[in-house]
Design a protein around this ligand. Structure first.
Ligand code: IMP
Ligand code: MG
Length: 171
């Protein structure tokens, strides 16, 4: 039997996202900023982050397949591309969690070819102890330990995404 233990409460997440939104507003006072969310995990964070910002945003989503169950497959591929060109725009990639860094290494390389004006990363969670590729996260919500997390968009085999808290999945 697996059990859930709350690591980050909805209230704590909300407060941190308000701070991140204000920080991004200061860094991009005019906008528009292209927020590019990686489906499906980042969808919840992206919706809250966008609304925590005053700077005008445009919202795009991409699909990247890279993770099977609890272990990373070690490679990534695009399953849904952007709907619009990002050339000349300020871009922030929005992720739920950066783990091995394989997904973002692949995606950032692809985005660079589209010639954005600037390219940064916002991730609700960062698990630096698991990194296999060097990825620097510009806007981090919380640094987390090496435990499998679900909720607030994060899943285990498609379950638990709608939990309001980030929880540790044990067992
Ligand atoms: P990376 O390519 O290993 O950095 O993995 C990135 C993706 O793996 C994230 O966007 C998540 O979708 C998924 N992932 C990594 N760690 C966890 C976790 O603890 N719980 C749920 N999904 C995770
Ligand atoms: Mg993800």
């Amino acid at each position: 039997m697996s059990s859930l233990r709350v690591l980050l409460s909805a209230e704590k997440i909300h407060a941190r996202i308000q701070e991140l939104g204000a920080q991004i507003d200061r860094d991009y006072p005019t906008g528009p900023v292209y927020l590019i969310g990686v489906l499906k995990g980042a969808s919840v964070f992206m919706a809250d982050l966008a609304r925590a910002m005053k700077t005008p945003v445009r919202m795009e989503f991409v699909g990247i397949a890279s993770y099977n169950g609890k272990t990373s497959s070690g490679e990534a591929r695009l399953t849904k591309d952007l709907d619009h060109p990002i050339q000349g725009f300020d871009v922030i990639v929005v992720e739920d969690i950066v783990d091995t860094g394989i997904t973002l290494t692949y995606f950032l390389q692809l985005l660079q070819q589209r010639k954005p004006k600037s390219l940064r990363i916002a991730a609700l969670l960062d698990k630096p102890s698991r990194r296999l590729r060097p990825v620097h996260v510009d806007y981090v919500g919380f640094e987390v330990p090496d435990q499998f997390l679900v909720g607030y968009g994060l899943d285990y085999e498609e379950d638990y995404r709608s939990l309001p808290d980030v929880c540790i999945l044990e067992g």
